[in-house]
Write a protein that binds this ligand. Sequence first.
Ligand SMILES: [Mn+2]
Length: 393
Amino acid sequence: MAAADAQACTPGCAKMQSAESSATQAPMLENRSNASAVVMDHADLAELVKRLLSFQAPNYDYSVHPELTAQDCLIVCHMAIKYLSSSTSVCVQTDSPINIVGDLHGQFHDLLRFFDQLGQPPQAKFLFLGDYVNKGKFSLEVIVLLLSLMLMYPDSVVLLRGSSECASKCSHYGFKDELIGRFGANSGTSVLVGFLRCFQWLPLAAIVGGKLLCCHGGVSPSFELEPFASGQPETNADLLNNKIERPFELQQFGLACDLLCSDPMKSPARDNFEVSVPEGERLKLNWVTRGRSCSYHFSKEALCSSLRSVNAALLVRGREIANEGFALRHDRLCITLCSAPGYHGTRGNKGAALQIEDREVNLDRPGSFFVLTPRSELLSEKNRSFLYWHSTA
Ligand SMILES: [Mn+2]
């Protein structure tokens, strides 16, 4: 009983208490009354954020980690769950000006470069499209910094869930090993569980300025079915909120899985994917399953009808590596952002964020791409490299 009570307290308390659990009941009662210790005060959180934002790799040694304790991480998770479960919905409605950032995959130093160039919250507003962890070596710093910024400046930081923010991916693609390497098997596993619980509460989609549908993966055939098909488009964001209940663990199928895992069809040939049907006629498929992996590739027609059903005009998503940091597909109706330049140290891709400066999203020119080259090429990088949506000529 004493051990169970200790677990409910902070890990620091738990350790202290298990050593004292055979002693009198007094310390246990004392710890219970200190339950508020699982919340950092504003000054502690601000100090943590400042420490991470100002971190500089000593002598350009990018293997050195800033100081973070398991207790810091667990407290941030606890506070984030409280905030996400009480103050956010599955589909967040937000406005521009805003910077939209794609997959980061533990590339903490590149996240700092985006903040250096685009501004920091709360002066600049950010929407992140998920895949904060796995692959890169600084997943912990990325997710702790972003959750802390969200807690400090909830009006300026929106975090969506990515396909990496689930138990199976974190166990196999690096985050679990990173945490155990940092904190040891016991504390590392506790911290992992804390983050996994937190990920289950992250929103899955955002609608920016009433026009841009933003999520990690893409659209879903569910949008073509009831209740979306007959709903009023302006209420479909609410439908999304009602249809998906948090917390949940990612499944291999369904609406939530599609929002996190679907991809646009890539080649013009596949864009018009056709199969023979017995009568000898041809049937065009708008949603093509992806062999052994989950969800679908969606055609331009599938995208258009899905966007219509939620009354949005463009899709902005992450999930895929793009050589230029961004990719425009399906007649520019689908914007892919990849914000991990030199992905995993093995690719030469650039990383991009979409900067939307207007207060009203202008569909002819919704924004500009801010592009970072891989850190290995920093010496040749121009400071700011913007590519505009349409040529202004
Ligand atoms: Mn990814």
